[in-house]
Design a protein around this ligand. Sequence first.
Ligand code: 13P
Length: 246
Amino acid sequence: MRKKIIIGNWKMFKSNKEAVEFITEVESKLNLNSDTVAGIAVPFTMLSDARKAAKKLVISAQNCYFEKEGAFTGEISIPMLKSINVDYVVIGHSERRDIFKETDEMINEKNKALLASGLTPILCCGESLETYEAGKTIEWVKNQIVKAFKGISEEDAKKVVIAYEPIWAIGTGKVATPEIAQNVCSEIRSIIKDIYNDNVSQAILIQYGGSVKPDNISDILNQDDIDGALVGGASLQVESFLGLLK
Ligand code: 13P
């Protein structure tokens, strides 16, 4: 049985103080079973304090750079994240791809470097509304997945968490139906099977993200190939975040 993994992506919201208060309050009310991983992806400035405050939640960064060190003004390396015990790192979020022009090749470098360092990548993929309406979702996502896993061993591939986030469902309130989400996540599992084998494809965790809320999360998580959710807006308030974990 695969675990469930529910991660809140805070994007560029909240202060350090708010992050620590949030974690303290959530953890005082949280009863997690051993089959569920829950956590938050916070901005870089909050990672250290969030990591120290969190006992039950895992803490994720929202990005990283793949070089160990060097003249890369404004970037944060994986050893830096490791030194403060960050657990997960989101890579290839559509906002990074679209606004900051990250390429599939950069995301592949990040994926490889994270796995080599023992951190867990949460690798995002997903299509635009235009691609969705053109019926090219699978083709698009396949290209992103194949490129992201280039040069990654079977053993390492199993450790990656894939997050399927259709761009048209992010922050729009327009959630993909559980059937649409299941269909794409099942296709992603077969793409992984084609690259590796059945063993890897059955082990790998696949999340859905895009307008997930406390009132629609159970229908989504009930789908066979969906192992969790990556949640933006609904992860920012304590009650709503706890509602996602019920
Ligand atoms: P929303 O849940 O706000 O739609 O955001 C989804 C997302 O981008 C998570 O990474």
